[in-house]
Design a protein around this ligand. Structure first.
Ligand code: HEM
Length: 423
């Protein structure tokens, strides 16, 4: 296995060779790794039997990242996972809190336009915008603003991006705890204030720090990777970009910036995002689920302690499920009865957020951020390949599912200049 890098490509090649949607690899005497790439089996694991496949692997890297399994995503099944998942679901990402934090997200959506404009202005018209970097900054700033009430911890860079000091969370958290203890801070303004003041259950400073790092990691790469691929696909298929821009003009107009309330009406735009989730997931697999009992799935005996890898890559590109699976075709999500495009799939033909007890608690926030990022980028700008090229190079990395090179493109404002926020 060590010789067959990257392992995820080797595993999918094996599944193709054996023409199977489920594969078991034995690691050492007792660990069974089970890979799944069909919707029926995914439903068995994540819907019918999700109470059995509810744990996570006990491995050193997860232990260290989560400061000894203090957090949600990395922790094996148990009381600590239950406690932190409840805190996230009920106290951090509930609908009322989501609404409470909307002004911070609105601020970041406006700053996104300003940030792109600033880069266009200081460049020659033919110079390029790094779409990956713009998307990552947007997501990073947004989660920082919601958690810490500030988008940049220090001065940031000259062009409005984050500076080196952005990683210094712990000192900020300690300082804030101190402010609450000595009465210097009284009103709750952000998620950090909420976490510090929780009573049932109470969180230790270590739990707060570890959980915040995990949430920041969970929030940045998924939306940013999705939008980088979507813009790339749109540049190479200008009719898709044109349809998305026309939808924005029709639903929102050109004299108002798209707002969160508009997002549910942008069906074509959502279909583009859903297509990027299907074809270009951020990771090949959902993080492993570990079974806590012996069981049988699809007629196969699965021993307790098995590691199940649900393949986002294998499901999204499964030719038995999707026609012409390698083609970026948003229209495939607009066919059929359903009038509203939703970014998840009931039948688990793709797994953007996974589902069940270990499913993503940040779905509402993740969908809002991803859709707003694309909506503002398409409403505010036209996007083109560099002048010397006809198309952008949409080559996937060999070792992961990122674009091999960050997407560089030309952006031109498409709204009247007074529409772009200035700071
Ligand atoms: C487009 C955005 C996002 C996508 C595509 C996404 C996707 C996922 C996926 C696939 C999982 C694994 C679920 C499983 O193991 O079955 C997950 C877990 C998780 N996500 Fe997200 N996520 C996104 C945004 C967010 C945000 C914004 C947050 C929080 C601020 C978040 C917090 C978490 C947490 C805490 C878990 C672990 C849940 C558990 O193990 O019980 N995610 N996410």
């Amino acid at each position: 296995m060590l010789l067959n890098q990257p392992v995820f490509r080797w595993i999918h090649k094996l599944m193709d060779q054996f023409d199977t949607p489920i594969l078991c690899i034995r690691l050492g005497p007792s660990t069974h790794v089970i890979v799944v790439s069909s919707p029926d089996l995914a439903c068995e694991f994540l819907k019918k039997q999700d109470e059995i496949f509810i744990s996570k692997p006990d491995v050193m890297s997860a232990y260290l990242i989560s400061d000894g399994y203090l957090t949600t995503a990395m922790s094996p099944f148990g009381e600590q996972w239950r406690k932190m998942k409840r805190v996230i679901n009920r106290k951090m990402l509930s609908s009322p809190i989501h609404k409470w934090l909307q002004p911070k997200r609105d601020e970041e959506a406006d700053k996104l336009l300003w940030y792109i404009c600033k880069q266009i202005n200081k460049q020659n018209p033919g110079d390029l915008i790094n779409v990956r970097s713009v998307s990552q900054h947007f997501c990073g700033n947004m989660i920082r603003n919601m958690i810490f009430g500030t988008r940049l911890f220090g001065q940031g860079t000259e062009d409005g991006g984050p500076g080196d000091e952005e990683t210094e969370h712990d000192a900020l958290i300690d300082e804030r705890i101190q402010m609450w203890n000595n009465g210097a801070r009284k009103g709750k303004c952000d998620l950090l204030d909420v976490l510090i003041n929780l009573e049932y259950p109470n969180l230790t400073p270590e739990e707060i720090k570890a959980q915040i790092i995990e949430l920041m990691l969970a929030t940045i790469d998924n939306p940013a990777n999705t939008i980088e691929w979507t813009i790339g696909e749109m540049i190479n298929e200008p009719t898709i970009l044109k349809r998305a821009a026309e939808e924005l003009d029709h639903v929102v107009g050109r004299d108002k910036l798209v707002q969160e309330l508009d997002l549910s009406k942008l069906n074509y735009l959502k279909a583009c995002i859903k297509e990027a989730f299907r074809l270009h997931p951020f990771t090949p697999f959902v993080p492993p689920h570990v079974s806590i009992e012996d069981t049988t799935v699809g007629g196969y005996f699965i021993p307790k302690g098995s590691h199940v890898l649900l393949s986002r890559f294998g499901l999204g590109r499964n030719p038995n499920v999707w026609t012409d699976p390698l083609r970026f075709d948003p229209d495939r999500h607009l066919r059929g009865e359903r009038k509203q495009v939703v970014l998840t799939d009931e039948e688990l033909r793709m797994l953007p957020f996974s589902t069940g007890k270990r499913g993503c608690p940040g779905m509402m926030l993740g969908m809002t951020m991803t859709t707003m990022l694309l909506a503002r980028m398409v409403q505010g700008f036209t996007w083109h390949a560099p002048y010397t090229e006809q198309r952008v190079d949409l080559v996937e990395n060999h070792d992961d599912l990122f674009l091999a090179k960050p997407l560089l493109a030309i952006a031109k404002p498409r709204l009247p200049s007074y529409m772009y926020p200035k700071y």
